[in-house]
Write a protein that binds this ligand. Structure first.
Ligand SMILES: CC(C)(COP(=O)(O)OP(=O)(O)OC[C@H]1O[C@@H](n2cnc3c(N)ncnc32)[C@H](O)[C@@H]1OP(=O)(O)O)[C@@H](O)C(=O)NCCC(=O)NCCS
Length: 163
């Protein structure tokens, strides 16, 4: 059974930090290299960084599969768009419908917040996830390179889904 629960305690931010550490090392090392993975976890996915993002309007949720924390997601309203900032499922739980259930949940959240579309950015070399997003109804709307400091950049496509 899949459940999606809002994360708004320090304990839940620590759990997300652990999930991010596992998933990002496994998934992104071959895409952006270990140094950038570690830098980005420190900058964006420690419990302290998450707490600061929540204060800025990001909402985090943990995705449970049979009571196990299998992944997480984060969203933020930006005008008429709901920005899907993060969606990460642990490798062993992918392909079981968690992403699809999470996306249906995100669409409900978009409707609740009077948004007409969901937007996201995805690394241009993250080809499996790009395929999954296209399958789930997203279209490519351009590209963006963001300087994140320490000599690192995020080299992304922008995608969106109209709802
Ligand atoms: C992208 C991600 C969130 C998708 O979650 P998931 O639980 O694996 O997805 P689901 O099992 O719910 O699949 C959703 C649908 O997309 C399809 N799909 C998933 N991966 C696919 C791929 N690589 N190519 C084509 N279709 C794909 C599935 O077949 C499924 O459709 P179906 O139910 O009709 O068969 C997950 O794979 C993930 O966390 N990846 C690694 C981290 C990442 O890159 N996150 C995105 C950062 S921008």
């Amino acid at each position: 059974m899949i459940k999606i629960i809002a994360a708004n305690t320090i304990a839940s931010y620590i759990l997300i930090e652990h999930l991010a550490t596992t998933i990002w090392h496994e998934h992104y090392t071959s895409i952006i290299g270990q140094d950038q993975v570690e830098y980005m976890i420190r900058k964006f996915q420690t419990a302290t960084a998450i707490k600061a993002q929540v204060k800025q309007g990001y909402c985090y949720y943990i995705i449970y599969y049979n009571s196990i924390a299998a992944g997480y997601l984060s969203i933020k309203k930006e005008g008429d768009a709901l920005f899907l900032s993060k969606i990460y499922i642990q490798k062993e739980y992918r392909g079981k419908g968690l992403g699809k259930t999470a996306m249906a949940f995100i669409e409900q959240q978009a409707i609740k917040r009077n948004c007409t579309k969901i937007t996201l950015t995805v690394n241009i070399h993250n080809s499996k996830s790009i395929k999954a997003y296209k399958y789930m109804g997203f279209v490519n709307t351009g590209s963006i390179v963001q300087d994140i400091g320490n000599g690192f950049v995020m080299d992304d496509y922008t995608m969106e889904k109209t709802i």
